[in-house]
Design a protein around this ligand. Structure first.
Ligand code: AVI
Length: 326
């Protein structure tokens, strides 16, 4: 009886999305965390973004990897046999270039893609196993920002952690550094990390990449509101919010916002929360940091890695940096 009573009075624990929304929409300026973008629909929209003509990031990084995969793998491995892990692997579409180079060098590869999206990992595994015979794919569905542990290596093995696709750019600089330090803490001296980062360039090029003509990025940004309608019982009209992308030069980042087109009230039945928006009021939904040449190498050094080599494209738009754990 006592147990039943205590259950009755147990306070409701808010979901991570609910807690993040309550905090972000109650503060000024209003904000929502970018991880909320990646429900199934958001992940599919992001895949479409990577194929847009304006979104130079993916194809530029792919071209760098295609040109240098053999050298990258050779430098990362030294005399050792590489095991490859990837943080935020998603569909792992560019990773095949590195896995194929590793296969060529060592005849077999163990690949551990890590991501919050089980469906993306399933697809990645099917595709990689079909494309490259000899790669063992061992996916891990988890949030790599919440503690990461790797299995011990066998003698003669070395780990290479991939953190490509400019994913680090969605973290605040101090969070990015602390993430690199945490990754370093899971590695042994000589293990390696490969970072793919977007570099500072003309404002117009940056803004078009985040506000494409076909409106896919706008749909990606507004999908956040649809997710809140579905998961938290909100009554957002997504079209009542305009997609805005802006270049914040002093912070070296592209920002995405959703701007309320008019005075409006949004109610969250699942949170018992009401939010009043003024016309023109914005919700800050994402930062995408862009780095100066040399800056990533400095971050690697601060996190306990020796920056070994950097590869870039002819326009210097994107950089792929290799570091070895000290
Ligand atoms: C996932 N991340 C690296 C993308 C970026 O470019 O910051 C997310 C994105 N946001 C809008 N377009 C793409």
């Amino acid at each position: 009886m006592a147990a039943a009573n205590s259950l009755t009075f147990c306070p409701q624990v808010e979901s991570p999305a609910g807690a993040a929304v309550r905090e972000g929409l109650s503060s000024r300026p209003r904000s929502l965390p970018a991880w909320l973008f990646y429900d199934d629909a958001g992940s599919r929209l992001f895949e479409r973004i990577t194929e847009l003509p304006e979104y130079y990031l993916t194809r530029t990084e792919r071209a760098i990897l295609a040109a240098h995969a053999g050298t990258i793998i050779a430098k990362a491995a030294g005399n050792a046999h590489l095991r490859i892990a990837e943080l935020g692997a998603g569909s792992a579409s560019k990773t095949c270039l590195l896995l194929a180079a590793a296969m060529e060098r060592q005849g077999a590869v163990h690949y551990e893609p890590i991501d919050v999206s089980a469906s993306a990992l399933r697809e990645a595994r099917q595709r990689i196993e079909a494309e490259i015979a000899g790669v063992t794919v061992a996916p891990r569905t988890m949030d790599y920002t919440n503690g990461l542990v790797f299995k011990a290596l066998r003698p003669g093995e070395r780990r290479l952690v991939l953190y490509i696709g400019s994913s680090m750019g969605n973290f605040e600089p101090d969070e990015a550094l602390s993430l690199l330090q945490r990754v370093r803490a899971t590695l042994r001296p000589g293990d390696a990390i490969l970072l793919g980062v977007d570099l500072i360039k003309d404002r117009e090029v940056l803004l078009e990449a985040y506000d494409d003509a076909a409106g896919v990025t706008a749909a990606f940004n507004r999908n956040l509101l649809l997710r809140l309608n579905r998961e938290l019982g909100a009554d957002f009209n997504p079209l009542a919010f305009a997609h805005r992308a802006l270049w914040n030069r002093s912070h070296s980042r592209v920002e995405m916002h959703l701007e309320s087109r008019r005075v409006q009230r949004v109610h969250f039945s699942g949170l018992d929360l009401t939010v009043d928006f003024a016309a023109g009021e914005t919700i800050h939904t994402e930062n995408s940091y862009k780095y100066a040449p040399g800056q990533t190498e400095m971050m690697l050094a601060r996190a306990g890695f020796d920056p070994t080599a950097t590869w870039t494209d002819e326009k210097n738009w994107f950089a792929v940096c290799l570091g070895h754990a000290r």
